[in-house]
Design a protein around this ligand. Sequence first.
Ligand SMILES: [Zn+2]
Ligand SMILES: [Zn+2]
Length: 429
Amino acid sequence: MRGRHKPPNCVDETIITDHINSFNPQISHYRREHAPRRRYLPPEVTIKSMFADFLLKHPGFCSYDKYRKVVQKLNISFCKLGEEECEFCLINASHKCQSTDATVNNNLNEISCRECQLIREHKSSVDTVRKLYTKDKERPWSSDYSFRSVDLQKVLMMPRLPGVKTAVFTRRLVVFHETFVPLKSLDNSVSVLWHEAISGRNAEDIASTFICAMKQEPDVSHFILWMDNCSAQNKNWVVFTAMCAFVNTELGPQSVTFKYLITGHTFMSADAFHAKVEKEIRAKKNLFDFDDLKEAVSNANKTAKVMSLEAADFQMWKSGAYRTRQQDSPLLSSLHQVRFIKGSRSMYYKLDPCGNELECNFLTKKFKLTQPVSKSVSRGIPGVKKTDIVTKLCPLMPEQKQQFWRDLTVCDVPDLIDSDDRLTVDENN
Ligand SMILES: [Zn+2]
Ligand SMILES: [Zn+2]
């Protein structure tokens, strides 16, 4: 910039950025390929309330519009329950085709515009996968089969004290709620709860929750689980290894199948259940401790089975897959479905949702399908974080709700609000 004077409309954005970050936006558990990691603000925060607070601290500093633009620029969203928007569809919604043959010739195979071709392919696979989901949803009930959708609830932080500003500005405890909801109805769902002082959300943690949930239905022979396409969570060699080992345990089921929804088009029964939980939380108003959260989840559906996990419920699963990609092994990103069968060390997969199943011997020869050891100690949270919650927020709680916070384990670990324990090496093959 030339000259000594800043133009009057040029404000120092770091002041705005710092203020936005003081609301502790949490990184998403979704990792989008080719997309910078998005962060989410908790559902009790609105952009209006943020800006009102900003004006109190920096009167007249910038306009609402400017503030909102900085939020966008930081790649921060507000936690909305339900369907994530599809970035591909958004980008291509404005495609104005220059090619004439798309209109003249409606034959799918003869479109010369590459974009139109990709749009059609995308829409067609979204449609196909949605139909397969509906088909599973409408299958007649059988005691042998369990059809469910699985997902982690987005951005849960505790304690939740609406109306108490200090709570929003304090780095709170990150809480995880993995839900296993029947496709047909919200009844008999299984909710697995834990928090960052117990364990993180790495692939081995997710694998452990899958196994815990399936053990709740010991009479089911075949599990068919619909889930989103998130590689860090649901589509990696650690989870696949764990599923292969699980079906091959004596009490394990005959088969476990994962079916993946198309990114951005992932609405499933688990989302509907999460929306009910969020509604219960709002009705309850304050979530002081973990018991309050368990109660809110139980109230979302009286038939829900709510489990809260301890460190010992988490097993240290590791990938048993070849480190370098084998000739017959598929790219994880291209998988639509994977299946593990009792008596086999292979994975059976589909690259086309309606296509044939292919077999891949993904485990190394020397890998033994045994149960790994359980976690012996809780993960813990950083000491400063605990001190902050105990000194700033405990005084705002009833006496009997403070104990949970005082008992939290402390450890030299990253704060899961804005970091992961580590990036999974197996994430993208
Ligand atoms: Zn789309
Ligand atoms: Zn076109």
